[in-house]
Write a protein that binds this ligand. Structure first.
Ligand code: ADP
Length: 387
């Protein structure tokens, strides 16, 4: 998704890929295969680059320090990135900045987890500090008795992060970008809807959010970016907690274009992908205004339909205004394989907009609706046979 933005600006994008079958290969011709955990591969890949950046956070920090020592321009740098790689480091940084954290502790074993739960109240959320994504590495522990069942997690990794289970009204995301020179910009705070720990839908901007909460969340994200020296795009995931002091608590940081920012591809003057390129290249940042009044992004995960294109005639006919982004990944149940963006003219119709975006995503995910072959009229020129 970075490729169209790079092409438009005339930048050459080169991607280090894990294998020739990864979907990025079809979008970026210059895609050497190599292991991002292998320093030699990283050093070879970095030859001749103006800047090296990331689409995930798992490149080891010690390798990034080596790359910098070898003269590579790494953005964001390892001292910022560590806060997105390690949730214990991130919690300590948020405390240092005196921004609103849930109650948390670093716990070494089951006994420490029980002591934390007895102090803050059960249930408790137990997290692996590193390597988690889409809710993998997050476990709800209901009671001291249940805590005994987490011994396997402590055997695999210790310490772990324990957090009080937050009673939130909804989840939010504050997306910002910052350049190495310190120029920064924010998009409006969005509402993110998670299903089973996976981002399912985003509504931009978050509807009916108190102005002071939106402003404080945006300020917090910009402060984190400035104080931690973040460069490129960063998403700050938040829990909205009406009635608490700030109205929100910080969940976690992602330092790269993020699923909660995909709406910007069609719904903002500057997409997060273009902004990331501008930011890491230390260029002036683009405007972050919303196009239209409200934008909905709906993910589609792997489902029944394994031949996505067979559903396109029905899906695209259902909603001509929808913008479909398909990642070219093989379909596996529950895997994120694409999303739909839909820009609305009026906030009064946000429910209708969500329904329309879901209709398109569900047709692609599940194949043709039952009933008639497609359940929807064929666009002109297409018959059931050639659809
Ligand atoms: P990941 O790194 O896998 O995205 P997160 O830390 O964002 O993991 O947690 C995944 C989801 O679990 C969150 O989106 C939220 O719905 C829920 N969650 C995480 N931490 C808490 C918490 N302290 N209280 C309540 N729910 C939580």
């Amino acid at each position: 998704m970075m490729a169209p933005a790079a092409t438009a600006l005339g930048f050459e994008l080169r991607i280090l890929v894990e294998g020739e079958d990864v979907s990025a290969v079809s979008a970026v011709p210059n895609a050497p295969v190599g292991d991002y955990k292998d320093l030699a591969a990283l050093l070879e890949f970095s030859q001749g680059l103006d800047v090296m950046t990331f689409d995930h956070e798992h490149v080891p920090a010690e390798h990034l320090h080596e790359l910098i020592a070898a003269g590579v321009n790494v953005q964001p740098g390892p001292d910022a990135l560590i806060n997105a790689q390690d949730k214990l480091v991130m919690r300590a940084a948020i405390d240092r900045l005196e921004l609103p954290n849930p109650e948390w502790a670093s716990v070494d074993d089951v006994e420490a987890l029980i002591a934390f739960g007895d102090k803050t109240g059960w249930p408790v959320v137990l997290k692996t500090p590193r390597g988690g994504y889409d809710g993998k590495g997050v476990r709800i522990v209901g009671s001291a008795d249940e805590a005994a069942e987490t011994a396997d997690w402590f055997e695999a990794m210790s310490p772990l992060l324990a957090e009080a289970k937050v009673e939130f009204s909804r989840e939010l995301s504050a997306l910002v970008a910052r350049t190495p020179d310190g120029d920064s910009r924010a998009w409006p705070v969005v509402h993110t809807i998670q299903v089973d720990g996976v981002c399912d839908e985003v509504i931009a901007p978050a509807q009916d959010i108190p102005l002071e909460v939106a402003a404080a969340a945006e300020d917090a994200a910009l402060r984190i970016a400035n104080e931690l020296g973040v460069t490129g795009v960063m998403a700050v995931e938040l829990f909205e907690t009406p009635g608490s002091g700030s109205g929100f608590l910080i969940n976690e940081l992602a330092m790269r274009p993020h699923n909660t920012g995909h709406w910007t591809q069609d719904g903002s003057v500057t997409s997060q992908f273009e902004q990331h390129l501008r930011a890491v290249l230390n260029l002036p940042l683009g405007a972050t205004d919303v196009l239209g009044s409200v934008v909905v992004m709906k993910n589609f995960l792997g489902g029944e339909n394994t031949d996505l294109f067979s559903a396109y005639p029905a899906a695209l006919a259902a909603e001509p205004a929808a913008k479909v982004h398909c990642y070219g990944k093989s379909v596996r149940p529950g895997r994120k394989i694409g999303h739909v963006n839909l820009v609305g003219a009026s906030v009064a119709d946000v429910d209708g907009l969500r329904e329309r975006a879901s209709t398109v995503a569900n047709i692609i995910r599940n194949g043709r609706p039952s009933g008639t072959a497609t359940g929807l009229p064929m666009p002109s020129g297409l018959t059931e046979e050639n659809a």
